[in-house]
Write a protein that binds this ligand. Structure first.
Ligand SMILES: [Zn+2]
Ligand SMILES: [Zn+2]
Length: 514
């Protein structure tokens, strides 16, 4: 059984109204790890749905969280906003409603591309609408109990001044500490430790918020969360999940969700930078450089407790190939026990929209070559049709092809290693020298191919037959071909490469190179 189905089974058996929650505090660029969280949440949602139960996925945007420090990517003037909620800080580019929207936008784009079915909830709106009022009231009234729980769970010395709630100073806009003795539902006074301002807030409004250790379990109580993925750092002994379990029970009379702690995503090796932008791989890059369903698959094929090395180099093509292989197995209806988990991951990566029949597979590895041979979709299609039968291609197949082309182009542009790049030379390159043996090979190959059918198999056979007995051998023959076509010593798999080209073009080149 796939891990998402195991969790779904628990949720279906124990929850009347299953709800999966996940979220983000959009303070900076979207990380690949945040995608893991989102995809994990969506996969459990679709697994519960597939098990026949109605289920909801909510995506919480923690936009009342304060800016903790001025990050290196922020201009100096942002120093003044440290300590203010990110929904009340201007957007760095001037095009978004505020700071939180600015950094959430790419995430939202990613979620729609991934086909996630979730309800987006802005946490500041929940506060504005008084949704946290009951929990805040309980937290303030049972503050001593909360202090005791945190002491018991974390092992840290009990802090008598610990505050479960921070008012937002009306003067300077920063989160500050309340005067506990002044609490009288629904108001509490504060004296701002940053600017000295004295004021009063109504806890039924967005004029303040619970602190993280209390806010998280409060969300569980408010939503009745059934399961939630979160970074493994929250799952350590004494961490916020452990304290949350106690707090939701003793302070909020709620239940903790089924925990899905996930390991981090590491970027594999050095040099995982966008070639022209010079920035490290972001979540947005990840989602642009491979088809969304393949990215889903990448996260679903291993248990959340396993670390993932994200390889933005040739690993992208390996992953696309593996995805295609699992798709073939799924539609063939037969696979080995060792492949079971991966085939199930393929199934889950469709979010319950599994194609009715086997889709037309155009491998990303092949497309990497084809997009370098043609400009624009129509030309690419012309090249593809030389080796792939499109007679039964559906609209969905063509849509998928377009997405794959875009992904491959993005990858080539920003992340692909030099070894896969080439450009077809308009004539025999002027700066190469061809030996008599090479020229003899071109002539023999041209003679042999002249009347041969233009297919991968025939070209391969002709090439082997002609090159093997010659002094340059097949190795030298490959090299000679790459030299006259792309001015490199190596290149794409030759027979498929030639078959993808116009036959006359290849024949003319062989002629010109003799
Ligand atoms: Zn912006
Ligand atoms: Zn203040």
């Amino acid at each position: 059984m796939h891990w998402a189905d195991v969790i779904a089974k628990d949720v279906v058996e124990n929850c009347d109204h299953p709800l999966i929650a996940t979220g983000i505090s959009p303070t900076g660029v979207l990380h690949v790890g945040s995608l893991r969280e989102a995809i994990t949440g969506e996969s459990v949602r679709s697994a519960v749905e597939a098990a026949g139960k109605e289920v909801k996925l909510v995506y919480l945007i923690d936009d009342l969280d304060p800016l903790r420090r001025r990050y290196a990517f922020l201009p100096e003037e942002f120093e003044q906003y440290v300590g203010k909620p990110i929904s009340r800080i201007p957007c760095p580019c001037g095009k978004h409603d505020n700071y939180a929207h600015h950094f959430f936008q790419p995430f939202q784009d990613a979620m729609s591309r991934l086909g996630m079915k979730c309800e987006i909830v802005w946490v500041h709106e929940m506060y504005d609408k008084g949704k946290f009022a009951e929990c805040t009231d309980k937290a303030l009234k049972k503050r001593q109990q909360a202090i005791q729980i945190l002491h018991d769970i974390t092992g840290k010395e009990a802090d008598p001044n610990y505050t479960p709630y921070n008012p937002i100073c009306a003067e300077c806009g920063r989160l500050c500490k309340p005067i506990f003795e002044s609490y009288n539902f629904p108001t509490i006074d504060y004296e701002c430790d940053k600017c000295g301002h004295k004021g009063t807030v109504d806890i039924r409004t967005g004029e303040g918020k619970l602190t993280w250790r209390l806010e998280w379990p409060a969300k569980w109580a408010i939503f009745g969360t059934s399961a939630e993925p979160f970074g493994k750092d929250h799952n350590s002994a004494g961490g916020s999940y452990e304290s949350g379990v106690e707090i939701v029970d003793k302070i909020f009379d709620g239940k903790a969700p089924f925990p899905i702690p996930y390991e981090f995503v590491q970027l594999k090796g050095v040099g995982q930078m966008h070639k022209s932008l010079g920035s490290p791989v972001t979540g947005l890059d990840a989602i642009n450089m491979m088809p969304p369903e393949v990215l889903n698959y990448l996260f679903l094929r291993v248990n959340p407790t396993k670390a993932i090395d994200f390889d933005s180099g040739l690993g992208v093509l390996d992953m696309c190939d593996e995805y295609d292989r699992m798709e073939k197995l799924y539609f063939a209806g037969e696979w080995s026990e060792a492949e079971d988990n991966s085939v199930m991951a393929y199934k889950l990566s469709q979010h319950n929209n599994i194609p009715e029949k086997m889709p037309l597979q155009v491998s990303c590895r092949h497309l990497v070559n084809v997009v370098q041979m043609a400009d624009g979709f129509d030309d690419i299609l012309t090249v593809l049709k030389r080796t792939i039968d499109f007679s039964e291609a559906t609209e969905a197949d063509m849509e998928r092809l377009k997405v794959r082309i875009d992904s491959v182009k993005y990858w080539l542009d920003g992340f692909a290693p030099e070894q896969v790049k080439f450009s077809i030379q308009k004539a025999v390159p002027a700066d190469i020298e061809l030996s008599a043996d090479e020229k003899a090979f071109f002539k023999l190959l041209a003679d042999r191919l002249k009347d041969a059918p233009w297919t991968v198999d025939e070209i391969n056979k002709a090439f082997q037959d002609v090159a093997k007995p010659l002094p340059i051998g097949t190795k030298g023959a490959y090299k000679a071909m790459y030299k006259i076509l792309i001015n490199k010593n190596e290149g794409p798999r030759l027979a498929l490469f030639l078959a993808s080209m116009d036959k006359q073009f290849v024949m003319d080149r062989l002629q010109a190179a003799q």
